[in-house]
Design a protein around this ligand. Structure first.
Ligand SMILES: CC(C)(COP(=O)(O)OP(=O)(O)OC[C@H]1O[C@@H](n2cnc3c(N)ncnc32)[C@H](O)[C@@H]1OP(=O)(O)O)[C@@H](O)C(=O)NCCC(=O)NCCSC(=O)CC(=O)CCCCCCCCCCCCC(=O)O
Ligand SMILES: NC(=O)C1=CN([C@@H]2O[C@H](COP(=O)(O)OP(=O)(O)OC[C@H]3O[C@@H](n4cnc5c(N)ncnc54)[C@H](O)[C@@H]3O)[C@@H](O)[C@H]2O)C=CC1
Length: 719
């Protein structure tokens, strides 16, 4: 809806009303059309201000309407009518002006923003382009390079940057509507001809072709198969090279392709999945909106290796005071330097002071005594972690939350080593912890709703997408990763190369294929876990066939690589060769290829041709199959949780929506059929055996992912 009122005698004030973000639903669009017509007709009115209710101008088109039959007045003619109006129209921008909201403001003759407002055209992140004239008006207003930057990245700008770029005419710290009303009165009666952006030429650019070629190259490289960024560049090119009406035609044509695409559906699903995961609930009935999170002003981080350092930085960035503890003096000194360096670099980028004073260092666990919350990040060793939790339980004040960053150990077992198991919860960050958006909050059977709420809330404050998961080996993300990595190793045994597997996965859209990723993370990490699981020599019982462990197929390839001291990037050699230890550029390694040939010969394996389809299906479907098992076990609340974990923590291409969404796009019957096919070919690989939930969903007619919860009926929910 849009409310019409008269202020200051002659100014019509149109207020968009559609909480929470005044999205441009059909009713709002109809309201705008009606109220603008009324203002233009009313002889007592000489000017118009458009604003949004509750301090938010407009969050853009109503995304919930996409994918349904569109009704109500379309945006393009509505915005044209505003721009063509003979009375001055001013957008009073508070809160946000995003997507269609900014396009509406660009149709107005002036824009006044509050200093705290954010503006942007984020359509690209929904698989779309700004198709209500945004791709044509913005370049005319701020020039091609700046418009290309905003439209292809979708980034939000502050009011101050918007003023600098020329998107807004004025920024105020006062009441924006009052300022806009005063301003519009001062221009009432003037001609608005020069203020209509559609009538302006695009500022000329001498090297137009080179600019577009450069941006297109950059976009294609970083988009990894996403079509919207490419269409955004094409639309802006139309603004730069065609008259406005033809540019609008091109914008419409490009939007037509995007609007109904699978990528747009996937990206819009991700938007809602990201929000859905915040609305967690536990089997006890405790929920996100009924459980109280405790405020955390002082935290302690125990263990200052790769993870502890990143977690310390992320906490300090959030304004939380941190006691950073490592018992090794050398590690402590190195961590101090590394943390300060990271904080300084980040502050320099932002142009603010680094929060160095928030971090204090100690080599003594006692320093954690008065922390509100502790995050343990020592080596992945159960006995060590148990001892640390036992000590913390004795040292910390009553009520301190005790969290672990373990990658997959039993959180409840750690809880049992404390006097307050209800205050123990997993906070599983991803490396680098100050950059990666994902946080798995692991709820043990005894974790209290307050502990879960506090960890979820702290994660959100740190800018993370926090996902509540149940307690099982590997939780959600790493549990699914295991069969994926295993399958990639089997493919090597059968004739593939790391280059082939990685290329297929990178073509699919992963930032890194599985072998490049393993080299980056360090091959020794998995090796240590396999040793602890008694899968590697010398703990393997005598007589155990070398490619079978615990009755199922096992590939010792990664163990053999590690035995050679090849731990990946850190040692300069792994599945690939690097120029030096710590080198980043992966090069094909002839040694590795001969090693694979010898390995196959030794085990009587005959290399066969493996095509791209098999690589993709075996790696992805086995991971998806484990995702179904996780849902069936009640370790994740729904497919959205798994998808958010994979998109924000594991580099799953966002435009493919996450593994569970992808499965529903491929078709569950097809996934089932291919798993059956591969399981028949490899009966000694239990992970390939289709899970019963997948079968049940197929038997229920393969409902869309949004309706899976109706089919998942858990007997023993862990969440
Ligand atoms: C606005 C935010 C920054 C607020 O953030 P925050 O305060 O953190 O709150 P949130 O938790 O994010 O959100 C709260 C709540 O609001 C919901 N919500 C937010 N935004 C929207 C929205 N735009 N629509 C609907 N709902 C929204 C959100 O889901 C939360 O609710 P909950 O899920 O129940 O918890 C932040 O929310 C944000 O960033 N929002 C998104 C902003 C955005 O991306 N805007 C752009 C939208 S797309 C757009 O505007 C495009 C256009 O306008 C162009 C439209 C042209 C259409 C023309 C169609 C022509 C098609 C031609 C094809 C023809 C095909 C054929 O031939 O058939
Ligand atoms: N490295 C990664 O990518 C990820 C690791 N994790 C998990 O995070 C934890 C830490 O991993 P990393 O940072 O990689 O380890 P790391 O090996 O880099 O660092 C561990 C640190 O703990 C310190 N430490 C050991 N015992 C201690 C004690 N009793 N008290 C205080 N400090 C002690 C060590 O001195 C060392 O500095 C592990 O549980 C790991 O599984 C989780 C997510 C990702």
């Amino acid at each position: 809806m849009a409310q019409y009122s008269r202020v200051a005698g002659s100014v019509a004030l149109i207020t968009l009303q559609n909480p929470p973000v005044n999205a441009l639903s059909a009713a709002v669009r109809q309201g705008i059309v009606d109220t603008v017509e009324r203002a233009l007709r009313d002889p007592e009115v000489n000017s118009v201000v458009i604003c949004g209710q509750n301090g938010k101008f407009c969050g853009g088109a109503d995304i919930k309407e996409f994918g349904r039959q569109m009704s109500g007045p379309p945006l393009v003619p509505m915005i044209h009518a505003i721009e063509a109006g003979h009375k001055p129209m001013v957008a009073a921008i508070e809160g946000v002006a995003l997507g269609g909201g900014l396009e509406l403001a660009l149709g107005c003759h002036y824009r006044i923003a509050h200093s705290k407002a954010r503006l942007g055209l984020p359509e690209v992140s929904l698989g779309l382009l700004p198709a209500a004239g945004g791709s044509q008006r913005l370049p005319r207003l701020i020039g091609v390079p700046a418009a290309l930057d905003l439209i292809t990245t979708g980034r939000h700008v502050t009011a101050a940057e918007a003023l600098k770029l020329g998107i807004v005419d004025q920024v105020t710290d006062h009441n924006t509507v009052d300022v806009a009303v005063k301003f519009v009165q001062s221009v009432a009666g003037q001609s608005m001809d020069s203020r209509r952006l559609s009538t302006r030429p695009c500022p000329s650019l001498p090297n137009l072709d080179a600019v577009f070629e450069g941006v297109m190259q950059r976009v294609r490289q970083s988009a990894r198969g996403a079509i919207a960024p490419v269409a955004c560049v094409q639309a802006v090119r139309a603004a730069a090279t065609l008259p406005y009406p033809q540019g609008m035609e091109r914008e419409k044509e490009l939007m037509g392709t995007l609007f109904t695409s699978g990528q747009a559906r996937a990206l819009q699903y991700c938007f809602f999945a990201q929000r859905a995961v915040g609305k967690w609930s536990l089997p006890s009935g405790a929920r996100w909106d009924t459980s109280k999170a405790m405020p955390i002003s002082k935290a302690a981080v125990i263990g200052l290796g790769t993870m502890g350092r990143g977690i310390t930085v992320a906490l300090a960035q959030t304004g939380v005071s941190v006691v950073a503890v490592d018992t090794q003096e050398r590690q402590l000194a190195e961590a101090k330097q590394a943390v300060s360096g990271m904080l300084e670099r980040m502050a320099q980028k932002r142009g603010s002071a680094p929060p160095l004073g928030l971090v204090h260092y100690s080599n003594n666990l006692q320093a954690a005594a008065d922390a509100d919350l502790v995050i343990e990040a020592v080596f992945e060793d159960m006995a060590l972690k148990e001892s640390v939790f036992q000590q913390l339980s004795a040292i910390c004040k009553p009520g301190t939350f005790l969290c672990t960053n373990t990658s997959g150990l039993d959180v409840d077992r750690l809880a049992s080593h404390t006097r307050r198991p209800e205050l123990v919860v997993g906070m599983h960050f991803f490396a680098p912890a100050h950059v990666m958006k994902l946080l798995e909050v692991v709820c043990g059977p005894r974790s209290s709703p307050e502990a879960v709420a506090t960890a979820m809330q702290l994660g959100k404050k740190m800018g993370k997408v926090s996902v509540a998961v149940g307690n099982c080996p590997g939780f959600v993300g790493n549990r699914m990763l295991k069969p994926y990595v295993e399958q990639a190793n089997f493919l090597l045994e059968e004739g593939a190369t790391p280059e082939l597997v990685d290329q297929v996965l990178e073509d699919f859209g992963f930032a890194m294929g599985v072998f490049r990723m393993s080299d980056l993370s360090g091959l020794d990490v998995g090796w240590r876990i396999r040793k602890a699981d008694k899968l590697t020599d010398p703990s393997v019982p005598a007589g155990q066939p070398v490619r079978v462990r615990q009755g199922r197929r096992y590939s010792p390839l990664a163990d053999l690589i590690c035995e050679q001291g090849r731990f990946g990037q850190k040692t300069g050699q792994g599945w690939y060769h690097y120029d030096k230890p710590g080198g980043r550029v992966a090069r094909s390694d002839p040694w590795l290829h001969s090693f694979l040939e010898e390995y196959r010969a030794r085990h009587g394996l005959v290399a066969r041709h493996i095509d791209h389809q098999e690589v993709l299906e075996r790696c992805l479907y086995v991971l998806i199959n484990e995702g179904f098992r996780i849902l069936d076990d009640g370790i994740a609340a729904g497919p959205e949780d798994i998808d958010a974990i994979y998109v924000f923590g594991y580099g799953w291409p966002r435009h493919r929506g996450g593994p569970m969404f992808y499965a529903s796009m491929v078709g569950l019957a097809r996934v089932l059929e291919r798993l059956e096919h591969y399981h028949q070919a490899h009966p000694d690989v239990p992970h390939l055996q289709p899970c019963r939930l997948l079968r049940r969903l197929v038997a229920s007619g393969s409902p869309p992912v949004q309706r899976w919860r109706e089919v998942i009926k858990r007997l023993h929910s862990q969440l």
